[in-house]
Write a protein that binds this ligand. Sequence first.
Ligand code: ADP
Ligand code: MG
Length: 314
Amino acid sequence: MPGKAVVIALGGNAILQHRETGTAEEQSANVRRASRQIAAIAAGGYGVVITHGNGPQVGDILLKNEIAKDILPPMPLDVCGAESQGMIGYLLQQSMQEVLLAAGVDCPVATVLTQTLVEGNDPAFGRPEKPIGPYYTAMQARKLQEEQGWRMVQIPGQGYRRVVPSPRPIGLVEEEAIVRLFSAGAVVIAAGGGGVPVVAGPGGILRGVEAVVDKDYTAALLAQLVGADDLLILTDVERVALNYGRPGQQEIHEMTVAEAREHLAAGQFPPGSMGPKIEAAIGFLESGGERATIASLEQASSALAGQAGTRICR
Ligand code: ADP
Ligand code: MG
């Protein structure tokens, strides 16, 4: 078992940026950038578990389904989620193996296709709020709402997106596999896209559901599972801010759990973006974690060392 352990959560934008078209080349190039950062952390003596978002990728898969629906049966959202875990896991796994070798770190890399347990009666099922897939015009959105029964919301200045429920993760079906691989020294890639949400029916039979789990909440579960010292959430902003995007915006370098809770209650961290990261950080610290850090991908290793990003501590 390595000395220190970190769970690194990569934002969806780390792998496919909004303005990109999503070619395999673009995504591998972005994954390579992320991998170099992560390899530097592993080379510094950390045992690493990687998790990642899948918003842009699962959106593209859904769109392909939609376009091809007269020729091939569309797959439900849970199957699309699994597909995205395989795709991103493959890209990450290959590039991590390469950069670890180059960094002189000798360890296996494995992706665990993960199912995340959620509660069938989670209140989230009554109020879909997680945007998935591409942006649409008002006219397209109305049509999709009528023809597909999708729930659409307007994102100010950017268009319309489909929204689905985002229930809380309560456990990971593959937790034993993840822990054993990690304990044996592997870099483990797990619970991509928050994991495929499943509910346990009578007799423990699992069934996938039309929902997405925010990867930040699952990252906190993973961190608890492997007894991580650090939870490092990498996204597309350098620091968490107060009054984000408004006059008087102020970057936060460090805050306590109590301060984080206060700002959260004051509405500084919206649900669906910064909110889950802050809640994940709080949950992780309260379950015994040492440090939670939110930073940009480019500053990953300096953030882990406390020299960049926003540090949240007990
Ligand atoms: P990820 O794919 O990394 O999870 P999200 O879009 O879910 O990305 O969350 C990151 C985004 O949160 C940032 O791009 C930023 O626009 C937004 N955000 C909302 N509130 C804040 C805040 N208070 N401070 C910093 N960023 C914020
Ligand atoms: Mg997010």
